[in-house]
Design a protein around this ligand. Structure first.
Ligand SMILES: Cc1cc2nc3c(=O)[nH]c(=O)nc-3n(C[C@H](O)[C@H](O)[C@H](O)COP(=O)(O)OP(=O)(O)OC[C@H]3O[C@@H](n4cnc5c(N)ncnc54)[C@H](O)[C@@H]3O)c2cc1C
Length: 498
């Protein structure tokens, strides 16, 4: 099996993986492995923006306070302070790479506001900030001679030697099995939203990093804190298209089928209450009225402002036959962001020697029980850069890795059946409102599906099948965390503990 040698290997080409690659590339060759096209990552779908205290009326202390409040007492205060203090420099770095952000008439950043922020501090590029950031980092990576990007390279396992991670093995489309070796591996594989029926996450968000990390014995934590986004489009064709919170920041209101602004019944902060509060209120309201969706109303906002500030949403919904200047948007909550993940320190080091993690796959302690809006792009950027700096200064460290047992594919037909069963039980039992019985049912179901997967006859390589196994492993962690958490805190809500 051909072995390609680099100084560092990065798995994932979203903001975390590419900013890490750019930071370490001056010290030696870097390989970026990514399972689809380079820009197919959660990063490209981010609409709202990236948070940083760069406004005159703002300070890192206020950003810190807001992040800690959102995290419901479960953040690592050191990690939060590190994040918010590094934020302006990280933004500056992105801007120098060529990422554009909207500015006002004076040429200062035009800062938006989202739920949980006490100041306007969201840098954005209309409603396609993630796409613009990804464009800038991909372009910089393409220009850098020391970085090799291998697209359609599905990583199947981490390579362990003398108890340390020294590479990644995978299947490259058209080439077959390959090993990519390096002094250290950065896990930047993003989220795991595909374990639910409704998610804002793209098809690549299948928890592969969680599976890879668990296979070598790395610590995974806080997976029960799963964030649901309150306002995703309810539409048969455009499933789970996100309507950014910035729309509510700009004055859009939520209404029920009777036209009533129901948030008055639930929380004084109304539509700008934290996402978990709005999502729970929406779920309760839908149950009360026995309806499948609710509505987001922008019709009272100036039509030209809607078109100018939210061009992607405007045109996408126009295609779907909804003129948001006049008509209400049908919306439902959907899985959006995983706050937990592979445990790291402030330098992105996991519990295992040679393995780093950054971005949505990682648990740095920044989000605690709930993520403050627009802190995730920032976290991906800040901690990937910190990992690169620490790696150059201190090399690798950490406990021994387990040797990962080889994992087989199963047929796609079996994998489809297993994934559907997983999504069904996670949506029914482990979503916004949980219960003891529901969690027990989900645990039995997921353990059963894992056993079934292991017992099925091995089939030729299928990325879909291996992703399904990774989703099962990640879901098992979500359920175990939810069962172990004996109080309702942050995003975890069990009606039997209320
Ligand atoms: C619709 C939407 C809107 C959002 N809006 C915002 C926002 O406004 N502000 C904000 O801060 N956050 C937002 N988020 C969250 C944010 O986009 C993500 O948390 C962040 O982009 C994660 O970056 P990442 O680099 O960790 O992962 P990603 O950008 O998801 O990249 C993961 C990469 O890993 C690759 N990969 C995965 N598994 C494998 C494997 N086995 N082998 C090889 N490659 C693999 C994928 O192909 C991909 O390239 C939003 C998310 C979504 C889905």
């Amino acid at each position: 099996m051909p072995d390609e040698r680099f100084k560092f290997v990065t798995i994932g080409s979203g903001l975390a993986g590419l900013s890490f690659a750019l930071q370490v590339a001056d010290s030696g060759p870097v390989c970026v492995l990514t399972k689809a096209e380079v820009a197919e990552a959660n990063t490209s779908y981010a609409q709202g923006g990236i948070a940083a205290a760069v406004g005159e009326a703002d300070s890192w202390k206020l950003h810190e306070e807001d992040t800690l409040v959102a995290g419901a007492g479960l953040c690592n205060p050191e990690a939060v302070r590190f994040l918010v203090r590094q934020a302006p420099a990280a933004i500056e770095w992105l801007a120098q790479l060529g990422a554009k952000f909207d500015v006002d008439a004076e040429g200062d950043y035009a800062l938006g506001r989202e739920g949980g922020h006490s100041r306007n501090r969201i840098l954005h590029f209309a409603d396609h900030t993630g796409q613009e950031i990804e464009r800038a980092v991909v372009q910089a990576v393409r220009r850098h001679q020391a970085i090799t990007v291998v697209e359609h390279a599905f990583v199947t396992n981490l390579v362990v030697e003398d108890g340390a991670i020294v590479g990644a093995r995978g299947i490259v489309e058209g080439l077959g099995e390959r090993t990519f070796s390096g002094e250290a591996v950065m896990l930047a594989t993003g989220g795991c939203g595909r374990m639910y029926q409704h998610t804002t996450n793209p098809r690549v968000a299948t928890g592969d990093g969680i599976g890879l990390a668990l296979d070598v014995g790395a610590v995974v934590e806080n997976m029960e804190f799963m964030q649901f986004h309150p306002t995703t489009l309810y539409h048969p064709q455009l499933r789970s298209f996100l309507i950014t919170e910035a729309v509510r920041g700009a004055g859009a209101t939520l209404r029920n089928h009777n036209g009533r602004r129901f948030m008055y019944d639930y929380d004084g902060r109304l539509e700008l209450a934290p996402r978990d509060v709005v999502s729970r209120a929406m779920e309760a309201e839908m149950q009360k009225l026995n309806t499948w969706c609710l509505y987001l109303d922008l019709a009272h906002l100036p039509a030209d402002a809607i078109e100018h500030e939210f061009p992607t949403i405007f045109s996408k919904l126009m295609e779907a036959g909804i003129d948001i200047r006049k008509e209400w948007i049908p919306v439902v909550p959907a899985q959006h962001y995983s706050c937990g993940g592979v445990k790291t320190d402030l330098s992105g080091r996991t519990s295992v020697r040679g393995l780093f993690a950054a971005g949505e796959v990682a648990s740095t302690g920044v989000h605690g029980g709930n993520r403050l809006a627009s802190n995730s792009l920032l976290e991906a950027l800040v901690f990937a850069r910190a990992a690169a700096q620490s790696l150059e200064l201190e090399g690798v460290s950490g406990g021994p890795a387990h040797e990962a047992a080889p994992v087989n594919s199963i047929t796609e037909a079996e994998a489809v059946r297993i994934r559907r069963a997983l999504q069904h039980t996670m949506t029914r039992n482990v979503a916004i409102v949980r219960s003891n019985a529901g969690l027990a049912e989900a645990q039995a179901e997921v353990n059963g599906l894992l056993a079934e997967y292991a017992a099925l006859r091995a089939a030729p390589f299928s990325a879909y099948a291996l992703e399904t196994r990774n989703l099962l492993l990640a879901a098992r962690e979500v359920i175990a965390g939810a069962i172990a958490r004996r109080e309702n805190v942050g995003l975890h809500f069990n009606r039997d503990l209320a």
